[in-house]
Design a protein. Structure first.
Length: 346
């Protein structure tokens, strides 16, 4: 029996025990692992793990997870010197049990900052607070989280310069470089990402991000990559845009990942097409780390009323979007395999 057949049979047995809907395919994780692709589901609020079906589908289909809000400042460190690790520890425990990678999402984000931080008025005091916060969080999870979103959403949503968020208002544009330097010192072996949205949509914002990041690289700021959120509303990125972003950041020596892919539309056919197109172009461009912002519409996050942006429905049935994603991964495998057959030296 081929390994993929064994996997389908085993998934069937597991599914029956929990009465989980069967996908009738190999898992996304199986297809991804064949080619060293990391496929993941972010936005994992640890409370969702209380649902055994959620936990079973998550660990069956995905190899990486990230917290949703639990690592954002006010959730983990609401008062000076006080840390509540309960939620993050639970996620880490689940990841270890299931041999999964866990991404540290949310070190600096515009939202979710506690009053004791928002009351700071001096750059030196903010630098000290960032240092002790990053050290506490990154040291605790140094053996569990190997990549971090150090700064999220540095730019205005539709472009137009750096967001005048709290950190910018106190420390100026240098807060970004400062955050990366603090993060590198706190965990020298971790990969450090800048997480940004809508650059696949707005050409002006795409250029601004490139200018910002190439400036950081030129200054020697320790940054390893760009995490594209890739929250899509109705319209797919223009073909070629993902590829050219990957090329330009690779030339700077940086990696590009997809951190939060989801597709917000009321049209499920269009949704599946967009998932398929983004997956295909991202894989062909050489992106090896792709995550979704959740996987079941039971726990969705959307700004489009009525949209169900994820690849499984509320009761864990795979949607057309799942099969489009799966086909992109499986086709990518067979292309690479056939290349290897015709060019064995590769
Ligand atoms: C979202 C969460 O999913 C929501 O629960 C919260 O109310 C707002 O933040 N990009 C990000 C994530 O980087 O942290 C955001 O998460 C979604 C957009």
């Amino acid at each position: 029996m081929r390994t993929s057949t064994v996997s389908v049979v085993l998934l069937g047995v597991l599914g029956e025990a929990l009465s989980l809907p069967c996908t009738g395919t190999t898992s996304l994780k199986y297809e991804a692992e064949q080619q060293g692709i990391l496929i993941g589901s972010g936005a994992t609020n640890p409370a969702y793990l209380n649902d055994p079906k959620f936990a079973a589908v998550l660990s069956r289909e995905f190899k990486s997870i990230s917290p949703e809000n639990e690592l954002k400042w006010t959730f983990v460190n609401p008062w000076e010197g006080y840390y509540n690790w309960t939620a993050l520890d639970r996620l880490v425990h689940f990841a270890h049990e299931h041999d999964m990678i866990i991404k540290g999402h949310g070190l600096i984000s515009g939202c979710c900052n506690p009053d004791y931080i928002l009351n700071i008025t001096e750059p030196e005091v903010l630098h000290a607070a960032l240092t002790s916060h990053f050290e506490a969080v990154m040291h605790r999870y140094a053996d569990s989280m190997d990549r971090w979103d150090v700064v999220s959403e540095a730019l205005e949503p539709m472009g137009g310069g750096l967001q005048a968020n709290f950190f910018y208002n106190i420390s100026g544009p240098g807060y970004i470089a400062d955050a990366f330097r603090i993060a590198r010192a706190a965990d020298p072996k971790a990969k450090l990402f800048l997480n940004e949205n809508l650059v696949e949509t707005y050409a002006n914002k795409r250029q601004e991000l490139y200018d910002l990041v190439s400036g950081l690289v030129a200054e020697g700021v320790p940054i390893d990559g760009i995490a594209l959120q890739m929250h899509i509303t109705e319209v797919a990125p223009e073909p070629g845009v993902i590829t050219s972003m990957v090329r330009s950041y690779n030339e700077l020596g940086l990696e590009v990942s997809i951190a939060e892919l989801d597709v917000h539309t009321l049209n499920s056919t269009l949704q599946a097409e967009i998932y398929g197109a983004v997956m295909r172009e991202s894989l062909a461009a050489g992106i090896t780390d792709i995550g979704f912002w959740g996987f079941t519409d039971k726990h969705l996050y959307t700004w489009l009323p009525g949209a169900k942006p994820l690849i499984f429905n509320e009761t864990y049935y795979p949607k057309a979007a799942y099969y489009a994603t799966h086909a992109a991964l499986a086709d990518f495998n067979s292309h690479v395999e056939s290349d290897l057959v015709s060019h064995p030296a590769l």
